[in-house]
Design a protein around this ligand. Structure first.
Ligand code: FAD
Length: 350
């Protein structure tokens, strides 16, 4: 069992920044995310896009913002349960919570912050007759561990950034990479399209367009796919088929936790601390709703900050917290590190 002060469901920018604010208050955090990596929408949907409305950054790539957030919270040693979905929540008699993931991991926490964004991302699956049979047997909707594909034949289908980026990355890992798209044009970052062109020219990516996968073949594990290209059916031998057709967000199990939901978002008390209708469960970032709500990263950061103050008071009843500027108090990491501005010295000048 994993025990923590604050359990954060969702490791997007809001959840990550909450770890920092909680750390300043000496609260230990653990995060659960259904995705195999932290960063939420920024990592999954637009890692290479520049964001222009993060205070203090005239422009920062989404992926770099996530890296910076991870660097900023490192000192507070958060725990992560990645690749697992928070499915069940039980409020215990003493007011603490137990959250159980879809893989049976049990987390115990004094408070819970749902930072689940638009929900878990469900892959858009191609409509192929026997695709379920091959899930986990050669059909993969996410690239969780690139080494899994070392020296294997893979077929990637899709025309967006994910398909392009993984085709580029895996061309150095897999023994054979085929990229299939139903159009001749790709919709992605210009440098990714150019890299794929260069890798195709160098014979490292086998590009087939316009083409569509029409059948999957194999016994217990996939062994080939059939594609239709210019009215011709072609079979391609492969060990893996990776359809990257985008993701649909779903609130999922959280919607059944007894929380007040409005238009697929969790209602919170925005006048105070972003608490939900269940005492001890907070909702911050894109997942919540209140009058005037804006689904912006900087709003999530603000909500995370106020939520942590409330969690502190909940965990330390009667203990008064006095807000201190980090420039004055410095930052004491749980790893023994200390960051502080140079102190003024009292010295006589001759
Ligand atoms: C293309 C695009 C461009 C954008 N540009 C900007 C911009 O320029 N500026 C800006 O401010 N905002 C922008 N946004 C919006 C911004 O990305 C969101 O406001 C932000 O990601 C919200 O962060 P979050 O942490 O609340 O949620 P998310 O980033 O959505 O992260 C939520 C995480 O929770 C996880 N999760 C959900 N449910 C569960 C569960 N039950 N168990 C486990 N894990 C769960 C999900 O897997 C996800 O990783 C953009 C969004 C998109 C799609």
């Amino acid at each position: 069992m994993i025990s923590t002060d604050l359990l954060i469901i969702g490791a997007g920018p809001t959840g990550l920044f909450a770890v920092f604010e909680a750390g300043l208050l000496k609260l230990k955090c653990h995060l659960i995310d259904a995705l195999p990596q932290p960063g939420g929408q920024l990592t999954e949907l637009y890692p290479k896009k520049p964001i222009f409305d993060i205070p203090g950054y005239p422009a920062i790539n989404a992926g770099d913002l996530v890296d910076n957030l991870m660097e900023q919270i490192k000192q507070f040693q958060p725990g992560f349960t990645l690749g697992e979905t928070a499915e069940i929540i039980n409020k215990l008699e003493d007011g603490t919570f137990e959250v159980i993931s879809n893989k049976g991991t049990v987390h115990h926490a004094k408070a819970v912050a749902i930072a689940g964004g638009l929900g878990t991302f469900e892959p858009r699956k191609p409509l192929l007759e026997n695709i379920e049979k091959f899930e986990e047997n050669g059909v993969e909707y996410f690239v969780k561990e690139p080494e899994h594909f070392r020296n294997k034949k893979i077929v990637i289908a899709g025309g967006g950034d994910s398909a392009l980026d993984w085709a580029i990355f895996l061309s150095d890992v897999a023994s054979e990479v085929t990229l299939i798209h139903r159009r001749n044009e790709f919709r992605g970052a210009l440098d990714s399209v150019e890299k794929v062109q260069a890798l195709k020219d160098a014979g490292k990516i086998n590009l087939i367009t316009p083409a569509e996968v029409v059948a999957l073949k194999g016994d217990s594990h996939i062994s080939a796919i059939s594609i239709k290209s210019n009215d011709e059916i072609i079979d391609i031998e492969t060990d893996f088929f990776i359809p990257l057709f985008g993701l649909t967000p779903k609130l999922g199990a959280i919607a059944n936790w007894g929380l007040e939901i409005e238009k697929n978002a969790i209602k919170v008390n925005n006048a105070l601390d972003y608490q939900t209708n269940i005492d001890g469960i907070y909702a911050i970032g894109d997942v919540n709703t209140y009058p005037g709500k804006l689904k912006l990263i900087l709003c999530g950061f603000h909500e995370a900050t106020l939520m942590c103050q409330s969690v502190y008071n909940r965990i330390n009843p009667g203990k008064k917290y006095v807000l201190k500027y980090t420039t004055v108090s410095g930052v004491d990491g749980f790893d023994g590190t200390r960051k502080e501005a140079e102190k003024a010295v009292v010295m006589k000048i001759d």
